[in-house]
Design a protein around this ligand. Sequence first.
Ligand code: FMN
Length: 158
Amino acid sequence: MKAFVTCYSRTGTTLKVAEEIARALGCDMEQIITRDDPGKGVIGFLTAGMNSILDAGMKVRRLEHDLESHGLVVIGTPVWAGRISNPVRKILEVFHGKLSKVAFFSTYGMACPASLFDEMARKIGKEPIDTLALHVDEVNSGRGSEKIMAFVETLKRA
Ligand SMILES: Cc1cc2nc3c(=O)[nH]c(=O)nc-3n(C[C@H](O)[C@H](O)[C@H](O)COP(=O)(O)O)c2cc1C
């Protein structure tokens, strides 16, 4: 099955996980890029959080890869204000009902609510094969690699 990995990442944590998953699956990946990124500073943090709460702002660039031609699409998001980051929410809405199999992952600084993956499933109109949530420390220390490999093994069996 031809797999593909995509994610949004503001500060590189979710991207690191996406790259590790894509490497382990031996597949392509593409980062979701915003057209109106609020920036990396405090103002950017507050704007992103507010956008997430209000479900507003942050237009995304069209992905170069054709997601619909892949048998499995793995989608990753950072947790923003307890929810899906806006750029990923937009992508999920664009591909609602259009993908055959999906899996989700997230990275977070405090906690990943169970409702996050439920919301992702609702937005894309499909239940995931598997989900994975990693704390930023697990990603940066490499301690999360075992969980990533277990996630990948489940996806390979799907
Ligand atoms: C606007 C904003 C809101 C966030 N809200 C939460 C949150 O509600 N819960 C949480 O655990 N982490 C939260 N975080 C932390 C991120 O989820 C965490 O640092 C994540 O790994 C960042 O991923 P990235 O480096 O790929 O952007 C927030 C970060 C930002 C920028």
